[in-house]
Design a protein around this ligand. Sequence first.
Ligand code: HEM
Length: 197
Amino acid sequence: MTTSSIPGYRLGDTTLPKSPLTKDDLATLKTTLLFGDADVAALRQAHGVVEDQVEAILDVWYGFVGSTPHLLAYFSDAKTHQPLGAYLDAVRKRFGQWILDTCRADYDEAWLAWQDEIGRRHHRSGKNRTDGVSAAPHIPMRYVLALAVPISVTMKPFLAKKGHASAEVEAMHAAWSKAVLLQAILWSRPYAREGDF
Ligand code: HEM
């Protein structure tokens, strides 16, 4: 599937609001996470390792969310509490693309604006709008940050699947984990009071 054919996918869309974060803000955040050029290189390597495993990775993550009632609630109708299959499917397509985007991000203004938009999509300021659904209206920030752990831990077996040396797998996995936390932190901005992020 080409990115332009994924409904609601907007990386590179110049009509997205610009992020208030500067490239310098991003650079100091990356430094704080010990996220450096070696991590960027390891993520580029990870791209080749995971690109044909995206559906299997999504099966694991959706298996976790689907079997965890307090998380599945955010994909479920706000009134009937029934999981919304079409919503789960629509988000899954963008989630798959996000795996690849995370491996080859170029951390420019378009990428920062897209991180802001993904943050809004978890927060009541933007959730449900992209897919026009009436699901639970807001995901608490504590879960957004906490999910960084399963999204990181579960990636390791996939990174190890193509016969790379264990040091390379470790490097790809460390880089992946930092990249996930970096984004979860950026997505927490709408949850913070003005000036507190
Ligand atoms: C949307 C990743 C935390 C539920 C998304 C998207 C991605 C993503 C890539 C698609 C964004 C888009 O292109 O529209 C992640 C990651 C998380 C995280 C990496 C943690 C590190 C959570 C948690 C929940 C959740 C804790 C709770 C179940 C959702 C929902 C959407 C979504 C419901 C669709 C929002 C909407 O547009 O209506 N997430 N997510 N996410 N995520 Fe998360």
